[in-house]
Design a protein around this ligand. Structure first.
Ligand SMILES: Cc1cc2nc3c(=O)[nH]c(=O)nc-3n(C[C@H](O)[C@H](O)[C@H](O)COP(=O)(O)OP(=O)(O)OC[C@H]3O[C@@H](n4cnc5c(N)ncnc54)[C@H](O)[C@@H]3O)c2cc1C
Length: 387
C-alpha cells in the first residue's frame, strides 16, 4: 500500500502551494472587504495564468487533463489559502463535469478551450438552488419535482423562465448550467440540465448577498426571463437531468471534503504556531496536557479526513464503489473542520477571536461547507439508500 502522491502530483501540489502562498494568503483577509469582487477576480485570473483553473479541462482542448485526485489536491491546497477562492473554482469544475459527460460536441468545442484559457478566467455557475430551497434539488428521490425553473421547447429552441438563488459565481460566470424541468409534475421524466451563456437576453442577476464567510465566492439571485437558447444547449435529454446531476455529484462531493481539510490544516497550523510561542503557567501552551490532546485530535481528524477523500476520489476514478464514499468524506471532513476551526480559536484565546489572525475567518468560512452541495443532514438522513 502506498499513500504518497506520484511525482507529477507532488510537483503539482507544490506549484499550487506556491500559488496559495504568493497570491492568496497575503490577501485572504482583504476578500472580506471586496464587495465588487475585483480582488477575487484578479486572483482567479492569476489562477488561470498559472494553469490551475484549466486543470480539469481535457488536454485536447488545451487543459491540464487532471482527474479527481489532482482536482482535490488543488482544492485542498487553494482552501488552505482561502476557502472562498477554492469554492468558486470547485463550483466551476462541478459544472464542467456535466458538460464533459453529456454536453453536445459543439458545446464542448465552444466552451472547453475558453475554460482552459490562460489569458482570462472563465467560470461556470452551477445553478440549482432556488429561492424556495436547495436540498430537494440535490435529492435524486425528489426528481426535480420542486423546481420552479421551467424549460419550454419551441421548435429548435428552449425557452427558460425561473429564478435561482445562491449559486457560486452567480454574476461572474461565463456559462450557466441550469437545473430545470419541462413540467415539475412529471418528476424525473421532465428533468433537464441546460447550458445558458452569460449575456443571453433575459438573463439577469441580483445583488451580491452579504454572508458570514466565503467572501471570495459570489452568491445571489439569477433571473431567467424568457431566455432562449438553441436545443443543442441541452446537456443530455429531457428526463436525464436528475441522473446527470447525480453523476456529477458523485465526482464533485469529494471537493468540499478536500476544501474543508485545507481550511482545517490552516486553522491547525495557526493554533500550533501560537501554542508553541504562548507561555501559560510558566511553559508553552502546547505542552499543557489538554492543549496537547486538542492538537493531537485536530491532527488525527485532518489525516482521517484526507484518507477518506483520497478513498472517495479513487473510487470515482476506478468506479469501484458509489457515492457513499464521497458522502462519508464530505460529512466527516466538514464536521471535523468545523470542530478544528472552533478549537483553534479556543486555543488562541482572544487572539483567535480577533481579526488579527485568520482563525476566526476560517471558522466562519467552514460553516457553509457543511450545508452546500448536499447538506450533511440530508446526506446522513438518506445514507440508508447506499447501504
Ligand atoms: C457560499 C455558498 C455557495 C453555494 N454554491 C452553490 C452552487 O454553486 N450552486 C447552487 O445551486 N447552490 C449553491 N449554494 C446554495 C446551497 O447549496 C444551498 O443553500 C443548500 O443546498 C441548502 O439549501 P437551502 O439553503 O435552500 O436550505 P433547505 O434546502 O431549505 O434546507 C434547510 C435546512 O433543512 C435541512 N434538511 C434538509 N433535508 C433534511 C433532512 N432530510 N433531514 C434533516 N434536515 C434536513 C438542511 O440541512 C438545512 O439545514 C451555495 C450557498 C452558499 C452560501
Amino acid at each position: 500500500m502506498d499513500f504518497s502522491y506520484t511525482k507529477e502530483q507532488k510537483m503539482f501540489e507544490d506549484a499550487v502551494k506556491e500559488f496559495a502562498k504568493k497570491e492568496i494568503i497575503p490577501v485572504c483577509l482583504d476578500f472580506e472587504d471586496d464587495p465588487d469582487g475585483k480582488l477575487a477576480h484578479s486572483v482567479i485570473t492569476k489562477a488561470a495564468q498559472a494553469e490551475i483553473l484549466g486543470l480539469v479541462v481535457p488536454e485536447q482542448y488545451g487543459g491540464g487533463g487532471g482527474r479527481g485526485i489532482e482536482a482535490n489536491i488543488a482544492l485542498e491546497t487553494l482552501a488552505y489559502g482561502d476557502v472562498g477562492i477554492s469554492c468558486a473554482i470547485g463550483a466551476s469544475w462541478w459544472g464542467q463535469t456535466a458538460l464533459l459527460m453529456k454536453g453536445a460536441q459543439e458545446l464542448k468545442d465552444e466552451w472547453f478551450p475558453k475554460l482552459a484559457s490562460k489569458d482570462e478566467a472563465h467560470l461556470i455557475c452551477m445553478a440549482l438552488t432556488e429561492p424556495s430551497g436547495g436540498t430537494d434539488v440535490e435529492d435524486p428521490a425528489m426528481g426535480f419535482k420542486t423546481l420552479q425553473t421551467i424549460a419550454t421547447i419551441e421548435g429548435d429552441e428552449v425557452v427558460l423562465n425561473g429564478r435561482k438563488m445562491w449559486p457560486s459565481n452567480f454574476d461572474v460566470a461565463s456559462l450557466y448550467v441550469v437545473g430545470c424541468t419541462v413540467d415539475p409534475e412529471k418528476g424525473e421524466e421532465g428533468s433537464l440540465l441546460l447550458a445558458v451563456p452569460a449575456g443571453t437576453k433575459g438573463l439577469s442577476t441580483g445583488k451580491n448577498e452579504r454572508k458570514m464567510g466565503h467572501h471570495a465566492d459570489r452568491n445571489g439571485e439569477i433571473i431567467f426571463d424568457n431566455v432562449r437558447v438553441p436545443k443543442q444547449n441541452m446537456i443530455g435529454k429531457v428526463g436525464e437531468g436528475v441522473k446527470i446531476l447525480d453523476r456529477t455529484l458523485i465526482y464533485n462531493r469529494v471537493g468540499p471534503a478536500s476544501m474543508a481539510i485545507g481550511a482545517a490544516r490552516r486553522a491547525y497550523d495557526l493554533a500550533l504556531e501560537f501554542a508553541k510561542s504562548r507561555i501559560v503557567g510558566g511553559y508553552p501552551l502546547y505542552k499543557h496536557e489538554l492543549a496537547s490532546a486538542m492538537l493531537f485530535d485536530m491532527q488525527t481528524k485532518i489525516h482521517i479526513s484526507r484518507l477518506l477523500w483520497q478513498r472517495a476520489a479513487w473510487v470515482n476514478m476506478t468506479t469501484k464503489g458509489n457515492i457513499h464514499y464521497a458522502h462519508m468524506a464530505k460529512v466527516f471532513a466538514t464536521d471535523s473542520a468545523m470542530e478544528i476551526a472552533t478549537n483553534a480559536v479556543e486555543l488562541m484565546g482572544s487572539y483567535g477571536y480577533s481579526k488579527e489572525y485568520p482563525t476566526e475567518k476560517i471558522m466562519r468560512d467552514v460553516k457553509i461547507i457543511q450545508i452546500y452541495i448536499g447538506s450533511n443532514e440530508m446526506i446522513r438522513a438518506h445514507a440508508w439508500r447506499y447501504m
